[in-house]
Design a protein around this ligand. Structure first.
Ligand code: PLP
Length: 370
């Protein structure tokens, strides 16, 4: 089975092998060295002063950022499941919430954020997804972050980059906190999350520490000493260290360029066989198609062609399919999915098979400079 869901992503063999060694104790010089190396490499990828590793899925890091950075009132951008989640966490911890809601295919508007922040000077943190994975939507996070800081220099801008870090180069000039997780572009099993911190964010957590397990001040102190506050997810961190070597060997810019090219080639191929792209501003991390027969298509794709892609959630259940574009994916894997989708359209009597999807993918991927 080819796993091409936008999280979890397939774990490469080399990484699985790296994680198959006997468990080492987390309070040893051997593990401290691995943790040190891993954090150094992550800092390069995040472009921030610090990156903390937490033992949780991505939502744990989202919660840690809400509790450590929002003490009064939050502004949350909700254009899908993950944006909605930030709002729910804020409410669970009793802070006030202002939410800007958008349809799942529609990016947040800078002017909406501007107006909201002007009317609410007591908002201390802004939460936004870089890519809202529910609809494969890219928000204009960089412009929103810049505007937010212009209006309120004391606001903490928290960007959920779980489907953006390791996918594209993110301009962190105005981003204070950048969240990521193991099971997306880093191609690891789920269970490890990452929180990148700017100097401003570090000052914030050092001036007011909050919580216990997800206390970022405690974690920062420990991880600066090359250890973790609690038992580390040693196996996942060993896997991450190996995966970061893979990415850095390819070269970060090159890796982003390949990801972008493959995403664009997939998008054009899908359009060429008549599929409707759902988001108005598609993210690079995944290709999302709006189709009334999405679940039927996914079922045939899985049963007959042995490819697992993701569907839609909530009001879009049954109407979306999402193909992963994060991590190391061979072009022949993507071509295989596109070819299978084209065959399925033929079987359903929607469009006669002529190999168009594979042709367009190959042309864009191998022939064009984008
Ligand atoms: C996957 C994902 C998360 C994290 O979800 P977990 O299931 O807790 O790992 C958060 N935000 C976005 C945008 C995601 O794609």
């Amino acid at each position: 089975m080819l796993l091409l869901t936008p999280g979890p992503t397939a774990v490469p063999e080399k990484i699985r092998v790296a994680m198959s060694e006997p468990t080492i104790h987390h309070r040893t010089p051997e593990f401290s060295e691995i943790l040190r190396q891993t954090r150094e490499k992550l800092k390069k990828i995040f472009g921030l002063d610090e990156v903390l590793l937490l033992s949780s899925s991505g939502t744990g890091a989202m919660e840690a950022c809400v509790t450590n950075f929002c003490h009064k009132k939050a502004l949350s951008i909700n254009a899908g499941k993950f944006g909605e989640r930030f709002g729910k966490i804020v409410q669970a911890f009793g802070s006030e919430l202002v939410e800007l809601k958008y349809e799942w295919n529609t990016p947040a508007k800078v002017t909406d954020v501007e107006n909201t922040l002007q009317q609410n000077s007591d908002i201390d943190a802004l939460f936004i997804q870089i890519c809202e994975s529910a609809g494969g939507l890219r928000h204009p996070v960089e412009e929103i972050a810049k505007k937010a800081k212009e209006i309120n220099p004391n606001i903490v801008v928290v960007a959920d980059g779980i489907t953006a870090v390791g996918v594209e180069k993110i301009d962190v000039s105005y981003i204070d906190v950048l969240i990521s997780g193991s099971q997306k572009a880093f191609m690891l099993p789920p269970g490890l999350s990452m929180v990148g911190l700017s100097r401003f964010a570090i000052e914030k957590i050092e001036s007011k520490s909050f919580g216990y397990y997800f206390n970022l001040a405690t974690e920062l102190k420990k991880q600066r000493q090359n250890t973790t506050a609690w038992t580390a997810t040693t196996t996942l961190i060993i896997g991450l260290n190996a995966m970061l070597d893979e990415i850095l060997d390819i070269g970060l810019d090159n890796f982003y360029e390949i990801t972008k090219k493959r995403g664009k080639a997939t998008l054009e191929a899908l359009k060429s066989i008549g599929f409707e792209i759902y988001p108005k501003t598609p993210a690079i991390a995944m290709n999302t198609v709006y189709n009334k027969k999405a679940d039927e298509i996914r079922k045939v794709l899985k049963d007959k062609y042995k490819v697992n892609i993701a569907g839609g959630q909530d009001h879009l259940k049954g109407n979306l399919f999402r193909i992963n574009n994060m991590g190391i994916i061979k072009p022949y894997e993507t071509i295989w999915v596109l070819n299978a989708l084209e065959l399925i359209l033929d079987e359903m009597g929607e469009r006669e098979f002529d190999g168009m999807a594979g042709k367009i993918f190959s042309e864009v991927y191998f022939k064009n400079d984008i």
